[in-house]
Design a protein. Structure first.
Length: 86
């Protein structure tokens, strides 16, 4: 499938932001899934998954990983875009 010629390519800031948000979303889902599987699934207590979700969402490490993933996604996109223009 060929790209639509009437549709312009996204600008570098648009592409960088899109990739950064996507990387942060993927990291968030992975961190929450791992946290729930580690702490709240299969214990027999129906409230454990909700407690585990609360722990994951209030853990600063979760948000550090999400922020770092967004920064790495943005940096990699900007670097790739810069190298592709040369």
């Amino acid at each position: 499938m060929s790209p639509d010629p009437a549709r312009p390519r996204p600008s570098t800031p648009q592409l960088t932001l899109t990739i950064a948000v996507g990387a942060a979303a993927v990291a968030f889902v992975v961190v929450v899934a791992v946290g729930l599987l580690r702490d709240g699934v299969g214990t027999g207590d129906p409230l454990d998954p909700w407690r585990a979700l609360g722990r994951v969402l209030t853990d600063p490490t979760t948000w550090r990983v999400v922020g770092l993933s967004a920064a790495l996604g943005a940096a990699a996109t900007a670097l790739a875009r810069l190298l592709s223009r040369r």
